[in-house]
Design a protein around this ligand. Structure first.
Ligand SMILES: NC(=O)c1ccc[n+]([C@@H]2O[C@H](COP(=O)([O-])OP(=O)(O)OC[C@H]3O[C@@H](n4cnc5c(N)ncnc54)[C@H](O)[C@@H]3O)[C@@H](O)[C@H]2O)c1
Length: 452
């Protein structure tokens, strides 16, 4: 089977490279020439564990190529993925890229293989595949869905940081096909996995993706709200609260005499808020869609409100302690929205850095992967960068952990005391034991001593 993937960002490239790794002939298409050149050179344009080795392998076997030439890529294609971005435009989801890709595919569809299947992998609002993508392709190609081509929604659930592994070992495959021939082709495409396949209609597939991408942020915002309540009361540590909650057998069952500690529990932890290219925009898009359906004011609205307040609560933790921060050096440890990725989209570090700079602080950041490119965010232009966390905290009056990078586990009270002007640690991820920092000033999300 020949696979064409339109859009070679996170999802498109991982899809193309992984399917090439499974022996399919995959062609990644992107409008951006530098991305195409990097893929063809076997150099990953994004930081993802295992991607470089996989790219080198599939370039060597000839199973993967990249191009800006859509006509060449579609020629003889059996399955055509649309994996372009679907940003939030401030009011609702912007599907302009999806529409443009659908129109391009439609114009070239007659050169594809027999009964090509167009598969929407981009995250889109329920009914988009049927009511937007399908009519565009029918109009541009002059072919009819169900006779000339197949249409399918096949949302992606990979997590940045472990994207290759997630694609290769999926927890589920969701196939929302419009007809049996399409379903059959998609079953063949995923025959290499033994993941449970949800076979359904396109709009249900689209709804599954949005539901999953709202549930996890809901859990995070819930945990943060409880953490803030614990702080307001004082003498309560959210870590202990959540430990007590996590021990419910229904959340954390015992199997063979041991707790399973499912990964879902990491979403029931307090922190500085969620970020990334998906959760914030997907929750906002679903919220806007619910509003349009006359279902505003519901629980979805609050997920974003709580999340957007959280980095400002972190800034307040610092200013409550330091008072006027004008001219004071503050270290921000971690810029990526989570560890093991260089993705800073919607990172909670953006509003935090912006707020600290706005109040006149001299902010120096450390991140193992991200540096000067972060300064592109409005309000973050004057951020400086240090090559190590030690350099970042040197002479600072507060050190704020924002990303759970493993290397920050090295941080000790003794080193902070010797390096900082005022040893004050703010652990927004609650990744270090607070008991180890009793000799210095400490603040953590979800904890305030009873007498403070
Ligand atoms: N990033 C994730 O972890 C993730 C996970 C699951 C689903 N998704 C969804 O997948 C979709 C893509 O996300 P992403 O993070 O890969 O986006 P991205 O912004 O990283 O990549 C999109 C790519 O598409 C290219 N592009 C846009 N229009 C094009 C066109 N007409 N022809 C060729 N190339 C075009 C852009 O140049 C860009 O490189 C989104 O809908 C997103 O919500 C993302």
């Amino acid at each position: 089977m020949k696979i064409t993937v339109i859009g070679s960002g996170y999802v498109g490239l991982i899809t193309g490279a992984c399917l090439a790794g499974k022996g399919f002939t995959a062609v990644c298409v992107d409008k951006a020439q530098p991305i195409v050149d990097k893929i063809n050179a076997g150099t990953p344009p994004i930081h993802e564990k295992g991607l470089e080795a996989l790219l080198k392998e599939v370039r060597a076997t000839g199973h993967l190529s990249a191009t800006t030439d859509l006509a060449a890529a579609i020629n003889g294609a059996d399955v055509i993925f649309i994996a372009v971005g679907t940003p939030f435009d401030g009011k609702e989801i912007d599907i302009a890229h999806v529409k443009a890709a659908a129109a391009d595919v439609g114009r070239l569809l007659r050169t594809a293989g027999p009964y090509p299947v167009i598969t929407v992998k981009s995250t889109v609002i329920p009914t988009t595949a049927e009511t937007v993508v399908l009519p565009i392709i029918e109009k541009e190609s002059g072919l009819k869905a169900g006779t000339g081509f197949g249409l399918c929604s096949n949302p992606e659930f990979l997590r940045e940081g472990s994207a290759v592994d997630d694609f290769m070992n999926p927890d589920r495959i969701v196939i929302g096909a419009t007809d049996p021939k399409t379903l059959e082709k998609m079953r063949r495409l995923y025959a290499w996995t033994n993941a449970t396949v949800v076979e359904t209609n396109p709009r249900t597939a689209e709804m599954i993706k949005y539901t999953a991408n709202s549930l996890l942020p809901l859990m995070i915002s819930f945990s943060n709200e409880i953490a803030n309540l614990a702080t307001a009361i004082g003498g309560i540590d959210i870590r202990d609260v959540m430990k007590g909650v996590h021990l419910d057998y229904r959340l954390n069952p015992v199997v063979d005499g041991k707790r399973v500690n499912p990964g879902i529990l990491s979403y029931l932890e307090a922190g500085c808020g969620f970020g990334g290219s998906c959760f914030p925009k997907d929750v906002k898009a679903l919220t806007a869609f619910a509003r349009r359906k006359g279902m505003g004011q519901g629980i979805l609205e609050q997920i974003t409100a709580v999340n957007e307040a959280q980095p400002l609560i972190v800034a307040a933790l610092v200013t409550d302690r330091l008072g006027d921060i004008n001219g004071k050096k503050i270290a921000v440890l971690g810029l990526a929205f989570k560890p093991e990725t260089d993705d800073t989209r919607e990172s909670p570090s953006i509003p935090l850095v912006r707020e600290l700079l706005r109040r006149g602080a001299r902010v120096t950041a450390h991140d193992p992967i991200v540096s000067a490119e972060f300064n592109k965010y409005p309000g973050c232009e004057t951020l400086t960068h240090a090559p190590t966390w030690r350099e970042a905290v040197r002479g600072a009056e507060a050190a704020i952990i924002m990303t759970r990078w493993e290397q920050y586990r090295e941080i000790t009270a003794a080193e902070l005391t010797s390096l900082m002007k005022r040893p004050f640690l703010v652990d927004t991820r609650r990744m270090l034991k607070k008991e180890l920092f009793v000799s210095i000033e400490y603040a953590g999300i979800g904890y305030r001593p009873a007498d403070a």
